[in-house]
Ligand binder design. Structure first.
Ligand code: ADP
Ligand code: ASP
Ligand code: MG
Length: 397
């Protein structure tokens, strides 16, 4: 029997009615002759509410205890879905990270998955059960609970599909992947299929529709991901290896307000210092994205880089030895605006078209970074919608 791993996101299981509806669609898949594993997110805004609750106790909750708290969201939804399936007369079992032995590297709040005991799941499937797995959570070798980062249930689903060599379907509140988040640009177009490479860039640059680590895993194990609207037959989007026939220069736009730019002014022009600073940042597993440095004047430079806002406190702690108090500027008013497309490898002039549009429309670019298939600009948050509209129209997205 084919194994299908389906993942339902928070909005798809936000109410008991929605959970009962998901149960019907899961059963439908089972009745089509598949072994079904369902990965489930916490109901609705549960995770946000749990974070708010923790912040009512203390502004900076202990990371271990925060993970222990957040993991409860998926425990609730997985038990409820298994109950709903059973109440409709089909056998099901909820399983948490301990029960499937989903081992992580132990980083609280953004763990990487190291292994899963596939036998634990396969044995239940063999008994004819629909297995409902609590997404987003993992355990360490010492039995601590860790979580995979916001949106991490996608990664639970892909990791299980990879282990079980099954199909992977991600069901959410949008009917596929669009060229731009349809919530911020209503005329965005739906994409039938998108390459792993492009989706990985888009999701790591702010397209929250997929957890970026899930796309990375899917690419590594060559698992196609089907993304579609929950409880519907509307055709969605495949994320997979794509044959390039005729390629537009840009496939999509992603924006993110969740980064902060740190500038260290007038620091020594010294590669050792640079190396020490970024080593300190890396020691906290903080992802640095954009980096720029001014030309040296009297052997002094300004160094700027962006990191996720959530990591600001940790970052300031570890870089403290490398600057004086009046040398640092923290700019929270940035939007990372990115265009992504495999077509950029072979098309020239994309950057010039974008910068011309920005110039004509008074959009200030604070920092730039590029790869073969993306261009990212840090702009002011107030210019975000204008930039999205202009570039989407220019490139017919
Ligand atoms: P879930 O709770 O199902 O995991 P998410 O909220 O994480 O759902 O992801 C779905 C949301 O992702 C959509 O509602 C949409 O607004 C947003 N999104 C961002 N970028 C895109 C995109 N390029 N295509 C489709 N949806 C996108
Ligand atoms: N419940 C978690 C979150 O809200 C994980 C997920 O939904 O994928 O981030
Ligand atoms: Mg999500």
């Amino acid at each position: 029997m084919a194994i299908v791993v389906q993942k339902y996101g928070g909005s798809s299981v936000a109410t008991p009615e929605k959970i009962k509806n998901v149960a019907k669609w899961v059963i439908k898949k089972k009745l089509e002759g598949n072994d079904v594993v369902v990965v489930i997110s916490a109901m609705g805004d549960t995770t946000d509410e749990l974070i708010d609750l923790a912040k009512k106790i203390t502004e900076h909750p202990d990371k271990r205890e925060l993970d222990a708290l957040l993991a409860t969201g998926e425990m609730v939804s997985s038990a409820l879905l298994a109950m709903a399936i059973k109440s409709l007369g089909y056998d099901a079992i909820s399983m948490n990270a301990f029960q499937i032995e989903l081992l992580t590297d132990g980083t609280y709040g953004k763990s990487l998955i190291e292994d899963i005991n596939e036998r634990a799941i396969l044995d239940r499937l063999k008994e004819g059960k629909i297995v409902v797995v609590a997404g987003f959570q993992g355990i360490t070798e010492d039995g601590d609970i860790t979580t995979l980062g916001r949106g991490g249930s996608d990664t639970t689903a892909v990791a299980i599909a990879a282990k079980l060599k099954g199909e992977c379907q991600i069901f959410t509140d949008v009917d596929g992947i669009y060229s731009v988040d349809p919530r911020i640009y209503r005329e965005a177009k739906k994409i039938d299929e998108i390459s792993y490479e492009e989706m990985l860039e888009l999701s790591s640059l702010g397209a929250q529709v997929m957890h970026s680590r899930s796309v990375e895993l899917a690419q590594k194990f060559n698992i196609p991901i089907y993304v579609a609207l929950s409880c519907s037959d509307i055709k969605g989007t495949y994320i997979r290896e794509v044959e390039i026939v005729e390629q537009k220069p840009i496939t999509g736009i992603a924006v993110s307000d969740s980064d902060v730019a740190i500038t260290l002014q007038n620091i020594e022009y010294d590669t050792n210092l640079l190396s020490d600073i970024f080593e300190a940042v890396a020691s906290k597993k903080i992802n640095v994205d954009m980096i720029s440095q001014t030309a040296p004047i009297h052997n002094k430079v300004n160094l700027s880089f962006t990191i996720p806002k959530d990591d600001l406190r940790d970052c300031l702690d570890v870089i403290k030895p490398y600057y004086k108090k009046d040398e640092i500027i923290i700019d929270e008013d940035i939007t990372k605006f990115s265009v992504v497309g495999l077509g950029m490898k072979t098309t020239s002039g994309v950057a010039s078209r974008i910068f011309k549009l920005f110039k004509q429309n008074d959009i200030e670019v604070k920092m730039i970074t590029t790869s073969e298939i993306r261009i990212t600009c840090a702009i002011k948050q107030q210019d975000k919608m204008k930039a999205v509209g202009l570039v989407a129209k220019e490139f017919n997205l």
